[in-house]
Design a protein around this ligand. Sequence first.
Ligand SMILES: [Zn+2]
Length: 56
Amino acid sequence: SLRDHIHTDGSLGYFQHSFSVYDRESRACRTPGCGGTVARIVQAGRSTFYCATCQK
Ligand SMILES: [Zn+2]
């Protein structure tokens, strides 16, 4: 469940990883050792954030 992923210290470790590129257009990718830049694409009215370097 959702609650199972909330750490005892209150952090959302599971979600921090999942949304590492969310809402970070043109900012540095957070993936260790990547060095890429986050880009945003819009498909069917939805914004998608991704790192082209990671997804090669
Ligand atoms: Zn990356």
